[in-house]
Design a protein around this ligand. Sequence first.
Ligand SMILES: O=C(O)[C@@H](CO)OP(=O)(O)O
Length: 345
Amino acid sequence: MATSVFHQPIGTAQSHQHLQNSDFHHEFGHASVKLTFKGFKVETGLSSREGFSSSRRKFGVVQASASHTSVVQPVSYPPNNSTDELRKKSSEAALILIRHGESLWNEKNLFTGCVDVPLTKKGVEEAIEAGKRISNIPVDMIYTSALIRAQMTAMLAMTQHRRKKVPIILHNESEQAREWSKIFSEDTKKQSIPVVTAWQLNERMYGELQGLNKQETADRFGKEKVHEWRRSYDIPPPNGESLEMCAERAVAYFKDHIEPQLLSGKNVMIAAHGNSLRSIIMYLDKLTSQEVINLELSTGIPMLYIFKGGKFIRRGSPAGPTEAGVYAYTRRLALYRQKLDEMLH
Ligand SMILES: O=C(O)[C@@H](CO)OP(=O)(O)O
């Protein structure tokens, strides 16, 4: 079997060869990935200055909306710069990314984009399986796209979580929606995980390809043209979004809304889509526009990053609920595991 990409430093030319390997996404899902947890010491991704300053700049917006919600604990920054630097250095949190399980249009091989299609039975099973893999990893906040396939995936995955907190979708679309979904028990709030839905995390908008069969489109316009529409970085499909355009809104959302949560020590799960997640991974792993072309994500396979000292450290895909190695990554995760064991036994 080929070496897993997680045996290799992601930031090297060699590892990008691995990213280009078409086995890449299968390897995420293979049980042997657990070996890769041992001695993996590569730091990749964000050198965060730019990201954080932009996060801070827009942070008022996050706080303003969070303060109206019933379950999100707003995060706040200390005013003083040196304390801020210290916090940046000391904070650590888990970030789980998951592409939704198979949808009914994945099954039919149709371009889906922003069409709101549900999961197949296989997709439901994939989401549950994904949930088992991450069932011991703390999750304090969930972000999903506005599309049902990502939301189903997040909710189904959480049915498997050992902590048994209840994921609750926040409704901030109007004052009335906020009022009507209020929770009046602090205890119940503590046993909840806020789920934020954001259109910015949606699949790229596929324009006039939405609803078309991928094979028939390739037969009609040529395999190369269709590959260019599907995987080039900056060439949009007819009247749709290029990956670059999708990245503009998805990565901006990540920087402005999700990074501040990670920075405050919240463990975050994002359930989204092939292309919105490819653009976020491009940012986290600092892939070039050439490298991202060959990055493929499987449906329903969670990917774990540790956010530490202002950097994203890629940890691969948790092999299963019994994989103790996952928790050795950071002291906080180890403590969380210990507490969880004490609580549940
Ligand atoms: O149809 C879509 O919306 C996407 C994801 O399924 O397809 P592609 O992999 O071609 O970007």
